[in-house]
Design a protein around this ligand. Sequence first.
Ligand code: ATP
Ligand code: MG
Length: 417
Amino acid sequence: MPRSAVAISLPPVELAAVSAQLAEAGYEPLEIATADALEELLNTRRDIGVAILDGENDFDKTLEMYALLHEEDRNIPALMVVAARALDRMSLAGRARVNDEYFTRPYSAESLRWRVEAMLIRAEVPPDDMSSGIMESDSQIDSSPEARRGQIVIVFNPKGGVGKTTIAVNVAALLQVRKGQRVLLVDCDTVTGHVASSLGMENVRTVADAWTEALSTGVVESFAEIAATHHNGVSVLVMAESPLHTEILDPKRVAEAITAARRAYDWVVVDMHPDYGPLNQVIFERADKIIVPVTPDVPAIRAAVQFREVAVELDIRERLAMVVNRANSGVSVSDMERTVGMPALAEVRSAGMLFVRAANEGRSAVERFPKEKVIDDIESLCNRLIATRDPGVAKTGSGFMGIFGGGRNTNPSVRAS
Ligand SMILES: Nc1ncnc2c1ncn2[C@@H]1O[C@H](COP(=O)(O)OP(=O)(O)OP(=O)(O)O)[C@@H](O)[C@H]1O
Ligand SMILES: [Mg+2]
């Protein structure tokens, strides 16, 4: 029994693949060749949940179709393919309607299916609940737990230089580009953060800027509105440009805003500064998953062991998962799991200068070196994240460690809530 129909205007080969995926997911795919055909369809059917449009090949036709979707009291979200370069310009030209989404070629039919699903779920959330420039109070956030809930994944190890930023940037890019997910990448490292600069984004407006402006204008923006869009589609948000002007970043308010951003994104990936300060502590609390990159060297391993102990105290231990970075250095992963006392979610091999070269060009390695083996590693990591994506994971304590612990290395008595 179809849950909803999806109108599709794509070239034949893509149409066939996307239609097959959507049909498998229980949606009714409806081919639309012309704007007139779409108009007729909209006049006869009330169950069109999303329209997939091709803004790359025939922009005029797409514009006409887009107008029909939003005519009068209609507001059917569009999922539109655009040229990668156009994404950048669109973000400059003003904000998209909250419900519309964009993707770039190449894409997989399967990733579109997930996006359609996410859009249909989001469409059921009343518009007032979406991040809309109105400050969301605690009570509003808590009162709608059924709302679409993205996952908060933070990347942390108290040791510097272990690959936190590299993994955060590339996981975010891969989830967005290859998995068709909506991703907000947050640079919470207000001291040495370089997420934006490694993506070639200079002088971005920061949260500190926006919140300072709000003191005089009274206009409070959501994180989705403050963020800038990278040409790979990831929304990038920087907390502050200078470590000297962070007083306005009240930790609790930052944590609330990150939590609220789960409504507009499938994934909120947070790169952290290596410290245990108040900002990091409140963010730990909100995280669904905490990726701990560990390189196979004694200082990084010691730091991870220390973090595991801190995590027990903070009652967040079951959310931790190690990513062995520069994994092909001769140290066995199972030895590292035993020593650190955390399951390894994935391994990322040493990639020589690839990450540095990609950053020098303002891109993630996912876009710059898509065929390299290290990107397969990042993809495996993302697949594990997706496979364990479960709104209850962080709260129940039954998911993450349960799946990866496997009795090999972890101490099951640590947490039983
Ligand atoms: N798997 C890898 N292969 C090759 N180079 C890597 C790998 N992981 C990280 N690097 C490089 O190591 C350096 C440090 O990485 P990164 O900046 O991501 O660490 P970090 O943990 O964020 O550091 P900090 O604590 O200072 O923020 C960077 O130059 C990065 O390109
Ligand atoms: Mg870093």
